[in-house]
Write a protein that binds this ligand. Sequence first.
Ligand code: ADP
Length: 409
Amino acid sequence: MSLSPASAALAGLALGAGVSGLGVALFLRGRWLRESRRAVLLRDELARERSSRAESQAAENARQQALFENMLEGVLLLDAAGRVQFTNTACRRFFDLEADVRGRTLLEAFRCNELSGVAVEAARAGRVNGKELELEVGGDARLIQVNAVALVGPEGRPDGVLMVLHDATRLRQLESTRREFVANVSHELRTPLSLIKGSVETLLDGAASQPAIASKFLDIIDRHCDRLTFLIEDLLTLSRLESGQLAINYDTVQLRSHVADVFDDFHRKAADRGVGLLNEVPEGLRARADSDRLDQVLSNLIDNAIKYGRPGGSVRVEGREAEGGELIELAVVDDGPGIPAEAAERVFERFYRVDTARSREQGGTGLGLSIVKHIIQAHGGEVRLDTAPGRGAAFRFTLPAVPPQPAGK
Ligand code: ADP
């Protein structure tokens, strides 16, 4: 048994005061027991504190790990020697890295000179903002924006570089789609406008006084005003569909009679081209759809089939149940020249035409099939094209079915 300095001093004091040897021994033993109990309590307390600190540190680490792993941005940390210390999942995905690259130099790990250049520049200048890297990953072009900042350790020593990477590929695609769209719209507006303007100028220059010539130019003005109206209507429809503003008002649609009604609007146009219209939708087939929007879909497809199909040919609308009665598939089928394979993939794009001159001559806006696709998708359906050059075109689309009515109802 060893005595603490305080106990030894106390023992000395007790002896000095003439207390008996046994009394002193009992006194010291009691004191020793109390001190060791206190020491044990203190040790337990410290151990508990240490373990709770370790637990909260582990929880904090797990939180940080989850945060980094679930970030859409890539995070890359380099140490002062330029070696990779940490990468999160997004960062590894951007560069298609599978292996653990910790401890490697940036160039070894990422094989990207530009990224290494960003690290060097950040270490030198303190920060790099919005550097864009064009990458080719797994055969796909990718645009990555990088922000990097140099880290400073105690006493101002350089302590590595932290980079945050953002995948801007989709943003760039959207931007280029937007630009292309604006360019297309401007072009589509400018063409009829310049024809209208030219005709008006010719009339003002004297043609107005020659009735035969004047009526020719008035006819041009009339046609191109119509074209502008159709274009603006189609643009507005498309914009409402894309922004989800056009609500779908579901109703039960009797498909055979619905097709017959749409055919009524086209009898004259079909007759002008000697095209026969055939309604092959079985009686009793019903879909859950917005009747006005379905009208728009059928009108666009039937109009195209008459316009681009074979003069003297036929346009059929077929219907059947699909997916065990869950869906209805309708098809607008013509026996015209069909669409080449490379164009068939693109006809649903805005302003895409197989034959631009032909489409314009027919008063087409190049937006009809794009509108069809949006309307069908808004109903949860799909649209596809079966075609082969010289073998006609069949535009097939699905809609939710309404179960057949029980007999007697
Ligand atoms: P448009 O206003 O030009 O008709 P659409 O989006 O309706 O625009 O159609 C896009 C293009 O697809 C048309 O310009 C035409 O070249 C082609 N196309 C559409 N339907 C048919 C069809 N039934 N047969 C052949 N080509 C077609």
